[in-house]
Design a protein around this ligand. Structure first.
Ligand code: 5GP
Length: 197
C-alpha cells in the first residue's frame, strides 16, 4: 500500500535459495495483485520449468554488459559466476503509477538498493533451520552437487547478514510467512524487532 504521503514503496525480498522466497512472493501477489514484481535479467541458464520473461529475462553476457554500460539497471550483481540485474525503467514506471514494487534480490542487491533509496524496505525470508534448507535444496534436484555445496555455503553466509534487514520472516508455515509479509507491506515504516535482539 502506498505510504501516508501517498507514495508507492519499494520492498526488497531476500533469503537463501530454498528458503521459499519465490513461494512467499507468489502467495503475496495473489492477495495484492496491484503490486509490481520486477523480473530481473540474468545470464544464468534457465532451469527446468523456468519461463523467459516470467522468472527472469534470460540474456547473453554480451547483451547484459551492454545494458549495464547504458545504465539500464537499477543495480547489478554477480552471483555464482552469473550476472543479475534489476531493469530500471519498469521499476521507476511502476512507482510513478503509484504501485508498490517488490524486488527479489540477493544481499548485495538489497544493500545497493537501500544505499540508493534509503526509504526502501528490506525483508529477509529465513528457512526454519539450515538443515531444513539443505534438505529442501537437495529435494529440488535442480543443482549438481558442486552447485548445491556452493548454495549451502552461500546460505550460511547470507543468514549471517540478516541483521542488515528491516524485517526477518521465518518461513516455517508458508501461509504464516505470507501473512507476515502482507502485514509488513500494509504497515507504516517500522522495523520488526529481530529475534534475539
Ligand atoms: P537464482 O539463480 O537462484 O534464481 O538466484 C540467485 C540469487 O540471485 C538469489 O539470491 C536471487 O535473489 C538473486 N537475484 C536475482 N535477481 C537479482 C537481481 O536482479 N539483482 C541481484 N542483486 N540479485 C538477484
Amino acid at each position: 500500500m502506498a505510504d501516508s504521503s501517498g507514495r508507492a514503496r519499494l520492498f526488497v525480498v531476500s533469503g537463501p535459495s530454498g528458503a521459499g522466497k519465490g513461494t512467499v512472493v507468489a502467495g503475496l501477489l495473489q492477495h495484492r495483485p496491484d503490486v509490481f514484481l520486477s523480473v530481473s535479467s540474468t545470464t544464468r541458464p534457465a532451469r527446468r520449468g523456468e519461463v523467459d520473461g516470467v522468472n527472469y529475462h534470460f540474456v547473453s553476457e554480451r547483451d547484459f554488459i551492454a545494458g549495464r554500460d547504458r545504465g539500464d539497471f537499477l543495480e547489478t550483481a554477480e552471483v555464482y559466476g552469473n550476472y543479475y540485474g534489476t531493469p530500471r525503467a519498469l521499476v521507476e514506471a511502476a512507482l510513478r503509477e503509484g504501485r508498490d514494487v517488490i524486488l527479489e534480490l540477493d544481499i548485495q542487491g538489497a544493500l545497493a538498493v537501500k544505499r540508493a533509496l534509503p526509504e526502501s524496505v528490506l525483508i529477509f525470508i529465513e528457512p526454519p533451520s539450515l538443515e531444513e534448507l539443505f534438505s529442501r535444496l537437495r529435494g529440488r534436484r535442480t543443482e549438481d552437487p558442486d552447485a548445491l555445496r556452493r548454495r549451502v555455503q552461500a546460505a550460511y553466509d547470507e543468514v549471517k547478514e540478516k541483521g542488515a534487514y528491516d524485517h526477518i520472516v521465518v518461513n516455517d508455515r508458508i501461509e504464516d510467512a505470507i501473512a507476515q509479509v502482507i502485514r509488513i507491506m500494509d504497515a507504516p515504516q517500522e522495523r520488526t524487532p529481530h529475534p534475539g535482539s
